[in-house]
Design a binder for this molecule. Structure first.
Ligand SMILES: [Fe+2]
Ligand SMILES: [Fe+2]
Length: 157
């Protein structure tokens, strides 16, 4: 599977978490439950950003250069990390709520740029073979079972 498809699948799971935070998380009656939710979200976002950076961005860099879209994406990863850290430092519920709204908005905007601009660009410049190779590495690092191999074994061409 191409890495861009795997990363898109991860975005889809984040959207469910963003909806939950907006609909229910913000109704928390103290800062601690919101801190716990943000800690979970932060650890998942950080792992997602690290895989994108190490696998996809690093491979795109010789084609696109370090500036331009890659610089924007990396800056936004850092902004998300900083916002999550600031939210954890806040002790007032209203302040943690404001950080939560900001984090969800920033992450949605960042994902939209990846989905509309960066991933299609990656599919154009890297080609299917490289994307499949990166996808296999992504699946290995995520600890996924090698489904494609099982399917080929079950349904030989
Ligand atoms: Fe990203
Ligand atoms: Fe992403």
């Amino acid at each position: 599977m191409q890495i861009t498809k795997g990363l898109l699948g991860e975005h889809a799971v984040f959207y469910v978490q963003f909806d939950y935070l907006e609909e229910k998380g913000l109704a928390a009656d103290g800062p601690i439950p919101l801190h716990s939710q943000l800690e979970l979200l932060g650890s998942a976002l950080s792992a997602h950003a690290q895989l994108e950076d190490e696998l996809l961005f690093t491979r795109l860099e010789p084609c696109l250069g370090p500036a331009g879209p890659l610089a924007v994406m990396r800056t936004e990863h850092e902004q998300l990390e900083q916002a999550l850290a600031s939210a954890q430092e806040s002790r007032e519920l209203a302040e943690v709520g404001d950080w939560t709204v900001y984090i969800v908005r920033l992450a949605r905007e960042h994902f939209a740029k990846e989905e509309r601009i960066l991933f299609p660009m990656a599919e154009q410049v890297l080609g299917a073979d490289v994307l499949d190779q990166l996808g296999a590495e992504w699946a290995r690092l995520r600890g996924l079972a090698p489904v494609a191999h099982l399917c080929r074994a079950a349904f030989p061409e």
